[in-house]
Design a protein around this ligand. Structure first.
Ligand SMILES: *Cc1c(COP(=O)(O)O)cnc(C)c1O
Length: 372
């Protein structure tokens, strides 16, 4: 039951269309892994995963084992890869739920062996320059291949992650790409069976589609958001944002000049002003830094005035509006729109962070959900 006057709306058709657009750019043999970590970047991992699979994604990627278990518990049967570190003590759970894990440490393999009953599917992680997780040298790869050569392990993929595929200067991307090519040589020689080679995130797959091996791990662009302003400005196609965030005016009043608004009294009316109250605040992910940013009312921009509270905030209106008037934080209203990129710029961060931080207190409403 939804009682509150605020919600995140997710257009699942937008997600499918974004995947379709990404596919048209990629070579036919390159498949799409849909990245649904962090509850699908705040969009809802289960619903996004289902839409992505319907649109032709071949695998789901998450960051931690819990997220994979959530997908399985929702009845999703597709292959799932946990891209981050999983404690090897839980490799038995992963095996029994047919969840693929990421491996890059010899000790991890030794410990995992004690928990696997038959065989665990693994992707080997290579650190080609992100400095986060993975094997870094040809020697380390060689040693790892010795240890992983065990019937308890089935190597199904080898991947790396780019640190700077979203910027105008592509030199570091090219360096990492060359390093990956070098590190996979011994793997290519050893494994005659088919193994999934994958490197690209959204930025790399949009900018260098021809370099993308067997699959791309697409997160942000699937949601209709750009990996960076540079990629947005040089995108071969326009992505369709799936997420919008709306609320309603729950109180409207006219105040004379000199009245104070919210904690700390940081705003004072300059003349007779119409002030509206919105039932949404930093407890929903509308951070205090939203102060001075804008919302849309009947297609017009209205400033957020005074401090944002945990559950509420105030806006300055251009006139009286009825209680229940729709207010848009993110999304389109008539001819005006506020994108997550614009919000992120105001907050001094990136769109990824803003959508991840929308809390579970905001109900997610799905539109264009397929009935199949
Ligand atoms: C999050 C993540 C991705 C997806 O990145 P986007 O920029 O959202 O496309 C891909 N690979 C790894 C390893 C990740 O952690």
């Amino acid at each position: 039951m939804q009682y509150r006057n605020a919600q995140v709306m997710i257009d699942l058709d937008a997600i499918k269309q974004n995947i379709a657009m990404l596919k048209t750019q990629l070579p036919k043999e390159t498949t799409i892994f849909a990245v649904v970590k962090a509850d699908g970047y705040g969009h809802g991992s289960v619903e996004v995963a289902k839409a992505a699979l319907q649109a032709g994604a071949s695998m789901l990627c998450v960051a931690i084992l819990e997220e994979a278990v959530t997908l399985r518990e929702a009845g999703i049967k597709a292959p799932i890869l946990v891209m981050g570190y999983t404690d090897p003590a839980f490799s038995g759970e992963a095996e029994s739920l047919d969840i693929q894990l990421t491996a890059f440490q010899l000790d991890w393999l030794e410990e995992a062996k004690r928990h696997i009953s038959n065989q665990l599917n693994l992707h080997i992680k290579l650190d080609t320059g992100m400095g986060r997780l993975g094997l870094r040298t040809v020697e380390d790869v060689a040693m790892f291949l010795e240890t992983v050569d065990d019937p308890l392990f089935n190597v199904v993929g080898i991947f790396t992650h780019f640190a700077k595929a979203d910027a105008a200067d592509d030199s570091y991307y090219l360096y990492q790409e060359a390093h990956y090519k070098e590190l996979i040589q011994p793997i290519k020689q050893r494994y005659k069976q088919s193994i999934l080679y994958h490197t690209g995130n959204s930025a790399a797959s949009m900018r260098f589609p021809a370099d993308m091996y067997d699959a791309v791990r697409v997160g942000i662009s699937m949601y209709g958001l750009y990996p960076s302003i540079y990629v947005r400005d040089h995108s071969p196609f326009e992505l369709i944002p799936a997420l919008s965030l709306t609320t309603q005016l729950v109180h409207v009043k006219q105040l004379p000049q000199g009245e104070k608004i919210s904690y700390g009294l940081t705003y004072e009316t300059e003349t007779d002003e119409w002030i509206g109250t919105l039932p949404i605040g930093y407890g929903d992910g509308i951070q205090r830094r939203f102060q001075h940013f804008e919302v849309l009312v009947e297609g017009k921009r209205m400033p957020i005035v005074g401090r944002v509270c945990m559950d509420q905030c105030m806006v300055k209106l251009d006139k009286a509006y009825p209680i229940g008037t729709m207010v848009t934080f993110i999304g389109k209203d008539q001819t005006e729109k506020i994108t997550l990129e614009e919000v992120a710029e105001h907050l001094g961060t990136i769109n990824y962070e803003v959508c991840c931080l929308l809390t579970s207190r905001l109900p997610r409403i799905y539109v264009n959900e397929s009935t199949s």
